[in-house]
Design a protein around this ligand. Structure first.
Ligand code: NAD
Length: 329
């Protein structure tokens, strides 16, 4: 039986990845600070452990796995990574995890490690025009990410590739672009734009109002979780080390995204644009390289994943409302 280790298995992408690996017949160990928030883990073995501790990493990597996926990171939406208040933690925590995981893998001769970098590592100067952002993989330098989160990702992707060169490892590096879907964080400050908008639309009355950070003209693309998992596994098993974008090329403004959610919800609400952290002005995935090297690129229309995500978040909002009403009674 093939074996896999998923670091960050209690998180959004990690918990979905564990399910997919299980459905492919793998024996899976998950590791995370916490269990998945919204459903039981599918992992055969789940270690609740802090990967900043090198000894925990060595306990997690106590054998040779066929595949290791390193998704653990100190992470959040714009409200967490772009305010500047969490910069020291983001850089220190995530870099420490990556240093420790790599060291533990090397000790046990684990060569094939997938690492999830982010489109946040691309230079800010290429993302000022919302209509023509540049995210070709080779546009990374001269480096100028707009957040410390992006700088840490850039450092860590270089770290994994250096281990390939110097220690004969076979790490694979993907740059994810805004992954969304059911069972992702949808409130509390670490949620991303699609989840935040689904929540706001679900919570507000038809004819009411929702708030959007910035003027809403900033552009992004969003990739549904199933497509992300497919690309992740394909890259890990391929002979291409990356870094390569895993993202959607369907670029929308945040106001358009809000409109799409309202249409799905069958509600009309006024958009009030308020000051808030927004990140770069424009970003879209560029998929020529992944198409060329993997013979595949994400192609599912945004609306399909958004529909599934809205249904799930509207259910969560309803449940929370019920809980609050019972508590008040
Ligand atoms: P997530 O926050 O849901 O998952 C990350 C997990 O890492 C969390 O469950 C967290 O508890 C765990 N973790 C954090 N610190 C840890 C520690 N010290 N020890 C053990 N576990 C720890 O985020 P996600 O959306 O699932 O993202 C997974 C990876 O993909 C991250 O590396 C993230 O930076 C990257 N990424 C995600 C997106 C996206 O849109 N979701 C975009 C670009 C990159």
């Amino acid at each position: 039986m093939k074996t896999a280790l998923v670091c960050g298995a209690g998180g959004f992408i990690g918990s979905h990845l564990v399910k997919e690996l299980k459905s492919q017949g793998f024996w899976v160990r998950g590791v995370d600070l916490k269990m998945p928030a919204f459903s039981e883990t599918a992992a055969d073995d789940f270690m609740v452990a802090d990967l900043r501790d090198p000894y925990n990493c060595r306990s997690a990597v106590d054998r040779r796995f066929d595949e290791v996926y390193q998704l653990a990171a100190d992470m959040g939406g714009a409200g967490y990574i772009f305010t500047g208040e969490n910069d020291a933690d983001i850089m220190h925590n995530s870099a420490t995890i990556n240093l420790n995981v790599l060291d533990a893998c090397l000790r046990r001769n684990n060569k094939r490690i997938f690492y999830s970098s982010s489109a946040c590592m691309y230079p800010a100067y290429n993302q000022e025009d919302p209509n023509r952002p540049v995210t070709q993989e080779d546009s990374a330098y001269p480096a100028a990410p707009d957040s410390e989160y992006g700088w840490e990702k850039l450092f860590s992707e270089r770290l994994y590739l250096a281990f390939n060169r110097n220690y004969g490892m076979q790490c694979r590096v993907a740059r994810y672009h805004n992954i969304f879907g059911p069972e992702g964080t949808w409130d509390g400050g670490k949620e991303k734009a699609p989840a935040a908008l689904c929540r706001k639309v679900a919570q507000a009355e038809n004819g009411g109002e929702i708030e959007i950070w910035g003027d809403g003209l900033q552009t992004r693309s969003f990739l549904y979780i199933d497509q992300c998992i497919k690309g992740t596994i394909m890259l890990t098993r391929s002979d291409f080390e990356g870094p390569v974008n895993i993202g959607s090329e369907e670029m929308v403004t945040i106001n358009q995204l809000a409109d799409m959610v309202m249409t799905i919800a069958d509600k009309r609400q006024r958009i009030r644009n308020i000051p808030g952290p927004v990140g770069v002005r424009g970003r879209n995935s560029h998929n020529e390289l992944i198409r060329e090297r993997l013979g595949w690129a994400p192609d599912e229309p945004l609306e399909i994943g958004l529909r599934k995500t809205y249904t799930w978040i509207a259910g969560q909002v309803e449940r929370a409302r019920g809980r609050n009403q019972r508590a008040a009674a």
